[in-house]
Design a binder for this molecule. Structure first.
Ligand SMILES: Cc1ncc(COP(=O)(O)O)c(C=O)c1O
Length: 368
């Protein structure tokens, strides 16, 4: 073979370091000969409550699949439109919110363009930027969170996208609504500001903003949301963007025609109305967060105060502690590498029993 087929891909694609997802339970069971039932996975910020009863019923009713789904997601968009007070033409549905983030990159980035993002920000932002051949401008974090003032200053003539995770993953940090609004007033209209609110439902009411209403004043704002976290549908992959209709229009042009499958559409439609499920997810998450914070304090560990469904703890030699936890059937997420936090581990808030198991395994792993 004279040529490695990989070399045919543009250099900016070849230099991408693949996204490292949380280790699947089945993989750990295979690798270590462990019983799947005994494994606790707190590595991907999934909802420990599983899927709600009403949503499960909607999924069962939607089973079929011989026909293509409604590529425009009419019913889900109608419901989202009523919820957020925006026209359906302002909504873009995605195969998870990850998909809509990619659509922003596809629609607005390319070689010769740049996107600004924060150090320790969600890993998909640099990946999606690089995959388009665009340049990532990475701004140092402030107290582990986004330094919005410095991000605004870092915008240059080639910058077309600003990525903001609020709360951020993996740090759980939050920029207050007034800080986001100040950022929106400051950035050039040409820059699409992506406000990724994947963990919004976990915010305490005093910290929640009606960000959808900012779109009218700032047509360059794209808000992304997901059904993967508080709604409990991570495995079904549904997310959406709220944006000015002309921004949504261009994102829809680069979208696969049937990017959200029919079962996922039906599940999301039902989950959106199950307010009780979301309220319980919120309340249980706050309890679990307290449980993990108290456990970390007992072990003398620092943590980054979190506004989401995970806590990022400073454990020292994180890659070693991660492996010791695996041997104790507990999967968490190392956040060295692309996230730049080699001394930390991110742990998703689980059920009270899962949290206890993690804390006991952590105590033993730290002593080992
Ligand atoms: C900040 C943030 N945005 C987006 C996503 C993507 O989630 P999904 O594609 O499941 O909606 C995640 C997933 O963990 C996340 O942490």
């Amino acid at each position: 073979m004279l040529i490695d087929p990989c070399e045919l891909s543009p250099s900016y694609v070849r230099s991408i370091a693949p996204y490292q997802p949380g280790k699947p339970i089945s993989e750990l069971a295979r690798e270590m000969g462990l019983d799947e039932a005994g494994i606790v996975k707190l590595a991907s910020n999934e909802n420990p409550r599983g899927i709600g009863q009403r949503t499960r019923a909607a999924i069962e009713a939607a089973i079929g699949g011989a026909r293509y789904p409604d590529g425009n997601g009419f019913e889900l968009k109608q419901a989202l439109s009523a919820r957020y007070g925006l026209d359906p033409s302002s909504i873009v549905l995605g195969n998870g919110s990850n998909d809509v983030l990619e659509l922003v990159a596809l629609a607005f980035l390319g070689p010769g363009r740049a996107a600004v993002l924060s150090e320790h920000a969600f890993a998909v932002y640099p990946l999606a930027t690089q995959a388009r051949g665009a340049r990532a401008i990475v701004v140092p974090a402030k107290n582990y969170g986004h330094d919005l003032e410095t991000m605004a200053k870092a915008i240059d003539d080639e910058t077309y996208v600003a990525w903001i995770a609020n709360p951020n993953n993996p740090t759980g940090t939050l920029a207050r609504p007034d800080e986001i609004e100040a950022f929106l007033r400051r950035v050039p209209e040409r820059v699409i500001v992506v406000l990724d609110e994947a963990y919004n439902e976990y915010l305490t009411p005093d910290l929640r903003a009606n960000s959808a209403k900012w779109i009218k004043r700032h047509p360059n704002l794209v808000i992304t949301r997901t059904f993967s976290k508080a709604y409990g549908l991570a495995g079904l992959r549904v997310g959406f963007a709220l944006a000015h209709s002309s921004v949504a229009d261009v994102m829809n042009r680069v979208r696969q025609p049937f990017n959200v499958n029919s079962i996922a559409l039906a599940a999301a439609r039902a989950a959106l109305d199950d307010m009780e499920f979301v309220a319980r997810s919120y309340a249980e998450n706050l309890q679990g967060l307290k449980q993990l914070e108290e456990g970390a304090r007992r072990l003398g560990l620092d943590f980054i105060p979190s506004h989401a469904n995970f806590l990022t703890l400073r454990v020292g030699k994180a890659s070693e502690i991660y492996k010791r936890l695996l041997r104790r059937s507990v999967i968490v997420r190392p956040v060295g590498g692309a996230y730049g936090l080699p001394e930390h581990l991110r742990v998703t808030i689980g059920t009270p029993q899962e949290n206890d198991k993690f804390l006991a395994a952590l105590a033993a792993s730290l002593k080992e």
